[in-house]
Design a protein around this ligand. Structure first.
Ligand SMILES: [Zn+2]
Length: 419
């Protein structure tokens, strides 16, 4: 497919809940470019986010287009329909050129006994000892294991094919980037499973450019990785090697790469990720969207006055509604209620105190991950405030922009892509 829309080697998924920070986010990519590294911005937003905020994909597109124009950005940029499925796809078609097809719900669903048999029979190459460049141990995949993995994932891959074709029908072949995501599920996929899944994806002729597995360990919202970093590092490296191998072996797009749905701010993984990208000459798509909203709050608080007051008010409401706010994110938030400061105490805080508790600076003794996580899921509170929130965001633009750009560039782009 010549001239097909193709995702660059390095890209970053920058969500923007209220669609006010596209320029400051793009500024971080511009700073990377200044250092000679192309990191392509992708504005992603899920159906759930749009519903909570009351926004549309067209709003995301408009904000991205405007930012690109304002900064004179000449490289590609994309708008991602994040975590869509057959039910939610239609409203994203026009505004988006990147589609993250979420098939996690189909994992483990029945796909028909003959489909499994057919898959196993048609992939004898997967039942030999497989030496994958970049992976220490050859894979030894037994027939039973192959059948078991096929049984678990074929329905998900079939669903991905259906969604892909529906998009292709409407947008045209090669006019959009396809990602398949399996991250919002209970058990992680191993590198061997990833290889089998990619063989199935190739059988269905889905030209995926990124795949988002579920990695081992907890990916809690807005805070660092607390599980075994060395285990993640090996898994990430093996996954990247498998992807390069599968792309060649099965004729998938040569730019196929991993997409990390990070839940934001997995700082301790960034070093190992960077080393793997270097060693394997691999690309990556890093989704680290959620923290821009927290940078808005940081900027509001830092501005003092009415900005600080509003940040405190949002915290107080979030504190009162913490059960409801956290419920949809139960699997990915880890808040210690004992560490949540009571709102009357926060009411007396200075800008510095509020910012120090919120900002993700692991070296700062006042940094409070529970406080941060509660605010991370509290964007619903700001959404309900409507213009009152947005007007103050506009009024404190300088303070917010400084935080959004510095966060994205210094804490994410630099360690992952520049090193
Ligand atoms: Zn995800």
């Amino acid at each position: 497919m010549s001239g097909a829309l193709s995702l660059a080697k390095y890209s970053i998924g920058v969500g923007d809940r209220f669609a006010h920070q596209a320029k400051s986010q793009l500024e971080a990519c511009r700073k990377a470019l200044e250092q000679g590294v192309e990191v392509i911005p992708v504005w992603n937003k899920s159906n759930r986010e749009h519903t909570i905020i009351g926004s549309t994909p067209a709003d995301t597109r408009a904000a991205a287009d405007l930012a690109v124009k304002a900064l004179g950005w000449e490289l590609p940029y994309h708008v991602d329909a994040d975590h869509i499925n057959l039910k939610t796809l239609d409203k994203f078609i026009e505004a988006c050129d990147f589609f993250t097809i979420d098939v996690a719900e189909l994992i483990g669903q029945p796909c028909g006994a003959t489909a499994v048999q057919r898959f196993v029979d048609s992939h004898p190459e997967l039942r030999a000892d497989l030496v994958i460049p970049g992976v220490d141990q050859p894979f030894r995949i037994e027939r039973d294991f192959l059948a078991q993995v096929a049984k678990k994932y074929l329905a998900a891959v079939q669903e991905a094919a259906q969604v892909y074709h529906r998009i292709e029908e409407k947008k045209g072949r090669g006019r959009f980037i396809t990602e398949v995501s399996m991250d919002e599920t209970d058990s992680p996929q191993t590198p061997a499973e990833m290889l089998i899944i990619l063989a199935a994806v190739a059988d269905e002729a889905i030209p995926i450019q990124t795949i988002a597995p579920k990695f081992s360990g907890r990916f809690d919202k807005g805070v660092d990785y607390e599980s075994d970093v060395s285990k993640f590092s090996r898994e990430f490296s093996d996954d990247a090697a498998v992807i390069a191998f599968a792309a060649r072996r099965y004729g998938l797009p040569p730019n196929l790469k991993l997409s990390i749905h990070s839940g934001s701010d997995k700082f301790s993984l960034y070093g190992p990720i960077h080393q793997t990208l270097r060693r394997l000459n691999a690309g990556v798509h890093l989704k680290t969207a959620g923290t821009t909203w927290l940078e808005e709050l940081t900027g509001l608080a830092e501005a003092g006055g009415a900005g600080l007051d509003l940040a405190k008010e949002i915290y107080a409401e979030a504190y009162a509604q913490r059960q409801d706010l956290c419920a949809p994110y139960a699997a990915v938030v880890n808040i210690d209620p004992a560490r949540l400061p009571p709102p009357p105490l926060v009411a007396g805080w200075t800008s510095e105190q509020f910012v120090a508790a919120l900002r993700h600076d692991p070296n700062c003794p006042a940094y409070n991950p529970s406080f941060r996580q509660l605010l991370h899921v509290a964007f619903k509170v700001a959404a309900r405030m409507g213009d009152r929130y947005l007007n103050l965001v506009s009024m404190t633009e300088t303070s917010i922009a400084r935080n959004v750009t510095a966060n994205l560039f210094d804490r994410h782009i630099k360690p992952v892509f520049i090193g």
